[in-house]
Design a protein around this ligand. Structure first.
Ligand code: NIG
Ligand code: FE
Length: 388
């Protein structure tokens, strides 16, 4: 197989735990050898082996492609008016989801597919090489299955979120909607999905309903992840831990018991600062989670309601400025952390054997992602060993 040497990297984030220099496994004056889709070697340029082709990184920094483990890209329309109203003081409520459900049901397959492709391309330009995405704006058997089928045409990390809110048709009988989500809708959706998710929140699903939905999905072979403790304190985080969910997402309102449960589990705490930014909510306490020993991931939550950004660099900058993460912690969480939240070991790191997903920064160091907020520093992206 043909090999490519990328040399003259000012600083390389490997996230390789085998390296001694911290969780980022940082290498200066670095080089990478890519063989086919994979990393074959990483180290200092001076020690690099020969390869068939040579690429000069020209003193740029290289980081693993971002792993965005939480987004909602299968939707139509937007919610500009709702955002405007919020910025004039109105609170964010789960009910706004209904606006997007109406627009999404009315859209053609082609329109939804084009939207997914558009936002994935937007994310890729900003360095995201793995993107999870969810259903949740269909809320009928046909519309949820269609959303997942379209999502699966674009990404491998697809999540069934029939339990986003109770479908409007079932407003008077939520128990019947839970039966649908755990029955016919699950049967239609499971073939397209890897994950099952539920919005466990006041105004969406309570702890008992969430447990029924997640365990039904698990019985069908899906792995669990949970929208937990976003708007209020609640049972979501502890349920995620109890069911060995890969991730509890949002984690904005946590008790000490929630933090403790996360710290002593394999469930990743996925923080979504775009949502707090865009809903003017209090920031999740990343410092408290990290200091307790929890694994933290950062993701965009890209959706038209609570967080209409596809930018991992923006989320990194928010996490550093407002959530008291160090730049190193934030970069780790946006790459290796996201991989952990997807239970993947082949992405989120640039070590031998990993998929060659990389972002070149127009900067000498990964720290610039937080230090130069809003600046489009990602100027070249490779996925599976190929420049895209
Ligand atoms: O993660 N919390 C639930 N779902 C989304 C919001 C979806 C919407 O407002 O349309 C979220 O923030
Ligand atoms: Fe979400």
């Amino acid at each position: 197989m043909r090999t490519t040497l990328v040399r003259n990297i000012a600083s390389l984030v490997t996230n390789d735990p085998e390296r001694e220099d911290g969780p980022l496994g940082l290498v200066e004056d670095a080089a990478l050898v890519i063989e086919g889709e994979r990393i074959a070697w990483a180290g200092r340029t001076a020690d690099a082996p020969a390869a068939d082709d040579v690429v000069d990184a020209k003193g740029r920094a290289v980081v693993p492609g971002f792993v965005d483990s939480h987004s909602h890209l299968v939707f139509a329309g937007d919610r500009t008016q709702e955002f405007n109203a919020r910025m004039s003081g109105r609170p964010y409520q789960a009910g706004g989801i209904r606006t997007t459900v109406t627009a999404t049901r009315g859209a053609s397959d082609e329109a939804l597919g084009a939207n997914v492709a558009r936002y994935l391309a937007e994310a890729l330009r900003q360095g995201t090489t793995t993107q999870e995405t969810k259903s949740g704006y269909g809320l009928t058997v046909e519309d949820e299955a269609r959303a997942l089928r379209i999502a699966a045409e674009h990404t491998d990390e697809v999540t069934y979120l029939g339990a986003h809110i109770v479908a409007p048709e079932y407003a008077d009988d939520p128990a019947a909607y839970v039966d649908l989500v755990t029955g016919a809708m699950l049967d239609a959706c499971a073939p397209y999905a890897r994950w099952v998710d539920v919005f466990c929140e006041k105004g969406a699903f309570d702890g008992d309903q969430a447990r029924a939905i997640l365990t039904a999905g698990q019985a069908k072979g899906l792995l669990a992840r949970v929208h937990a403790n976003q708007l209020t304190y609640g049972p979501g985080v502890r349920l995620a831990v109890e069911l060995d969910a890969a991730s509890a997402d949002h984690c904005t309102h946590l008790t000490d018991a929630d933090v403790d449960a996360l710290a002593n589990s394999a469930t990743v705490a996925t923080l979504l600062p775009g949502a707090e930014f865009s809903t003017r909510a209090p920031w999740p306490d990343a410092r408290r989670l990290l200091d307790a020993g929890a694994t933290v991931a950062l993701s965009t939550d890209c959706n038209p309601g609570s967080s209409f950004t596809s930018s991992m660099p923006f989320c990194i900058a928010l996490a550093v400025r407002d959530m008291k993460m160090t730049p190193d912690e934030a970069i780790w969480s946006a790459t290796a952390g996201g991989a952990a939240a997807l239970r993947r070991t082949d992405i989120g790191r640039l070590a031998p054997g990993a998929r060659a997903d990389l972002a070149f920064l127009d900067a000498p160091s990964h720290v610039h992602l937080a230090y130069r907020p809003g600046v489009p520093l990602v100027d070249e992206v490779w996925r599976a060993g190929r420049r895209v």
